[in-house]
Design a protein around this ligand. Structure first.
Ligand code: ADP
Ligand code: F6P
Length: 324
């Protein structure tokens, strides 16, 4: 028989992502509508271990849907990777009457959720990461805002790149995944798009491309480089030396994680947060919410973590053709 759920906790973990607040709001309001009490756990698993736990009522999540970051704070917590940390976390949940937790974060955070589930605390994961690198879902909260922020920034760099007839290498986030780079590369009309999943580390190809484009009269050359490849500054130095064309590197960095979430992020976060509260209240555990083919679904966390995701061959091929 499914465990009766009276109180649920909500936490955000790993890197913050725009839309996390909309997800927190949805968990709180849908949970209350379902008749359960809600507790907010601050600063991810670290806050759980430090017992930074607060009561959340409907009004506590007013005026946050439009805000970036996370009102609960987030953290990375190495102690929670240990069995002792996980047992301590489950003990603290029991002490505070928390029967289940919604964990908003990425793959790493799901491993913590999986561990808590093994310790008898019902857990549901919600995909919150700008990286889009969670295999069981086509959408992760924060991705849309991040690519729009990066796209605007890249347009600006392009203006100055054209004015000075420079080559620009712009590095975007994504950890080991190239989704942000692919989307921005296409959307910004980049001349080269370097993805960790595809890059052959042959800089001569890029150099030839720059020289050929310059001969054809192009005044700028935009290279979108993914964080998983990195080394944009040294790459710029080598390219400048080989081509004789001024080359600058811009690393966009944390600006990609901030800012007001787009409509799409607010919407997906709201539905996913509400969905997580619903299945938690139904007594489900060790599940993660996803979005596939127009539907919101949930998957077993163990199975979700074992799934693999890769850049679409077709999308990659098109990106290469359009950049020529
Ligand atoms: P993300 O959730 O964005 O992938 P991380 O990989 O940094 O971010 O994971 C966030 C947190 O999840 C970690 O700081 C840690 O507290 C917890 N976590 C990660 N891996 C594990 C694991 N194998 N077991 C238990 N907890 C984990
Ligand atoms: O997962 C989101 C992300 O911004 C990645 O794109 C990046 O690799 C990582 O987090 C950076 O993490 P930190 O905030 O610990 O520097």
């Amino acid at each position: 028989m499914a465990k009766e759920i009276k109180t649920i906790g909500v936490l955000t973990s790993g890197g913050d992502a725009p839309g996390m607040n909309a997800a927190i709001r949805a968990v709180v309001r849908k949970g209350i509508a379902n008749g359960v009490k809600i507790k907010g756990i601050k600063k991810g698993y670290q806050g759980l271990l430090n017992e930074e736990i607060i009561d959340l009522e409907k009004q506590n999540v007013s005026d946050i849907i439009q805000r970036g970051g996370t009102i609960l704070g987030t953290a990375r917590c190495s102690e929670f990777r240990t069995l002792e940390g996980q047992q301590a976390g489950a003990g603290i949940c029991k002490k505070h009457g928390i029967d289940g937790i919604v964990v908003i974060g990425g793959d790493g955070s799901y491993k913590g959720a999986q561990a808590l589930s093994k310790q008898g605390i019902n857990t549901i994961g919600v995909p919150g990461t700008i990286d889009l690198d969670i295999a069981c879902t086509e959408y992760t909260i924060g991705f849309d805002t991040a690519i729009n922020t990066a796209m605007d920034a890249i347009d600006k760099v392009r203006d100055t790149s054209s004015s000075h007839e420079r080559c620009s290498i712009i590095e975007v986030m994504g950890r080991d995944a190239g989704y942000i780079a692919l989307w921005c590369g296409v959307a910004n009309g980049a001349e080269d798009i370097l993805l960790p999943e595809k890059y052959d580390y042959n800089e001569q190809n890029i150099i030839n491309n720059i020289i050929n484009n310059r001969k054809r009269g192009k005044t700028h050359h935009i290279i979108i480089n993914a964080e998983g490849i990195g080394h944009s500054t040294s790459m710029a130095r080598r390219i400048e030396a080989a081509t004789g064309i001024e080359t600058r590197a811009t690393i966009l960095g944390y600006m990609q994680r901030g800012g007001n979430p787009t409509c799409k992020d607010r919407f997906y976060a709201s539905i996913m947060g509400a969905y997580a509260a619903d299945i938690l209240c139904q007594g489900k555990t060790n599940r993660v919410v996803g979005y596939q083919h127009g539907e919101f679904l949930d998957f077993d966390i163990d199975e979700a973590l074992a799934m693999k995701k890769d850049i679409s061959e077709y999308q990659y091929e098109v990106s290469r053709i359009l950049s020529m």
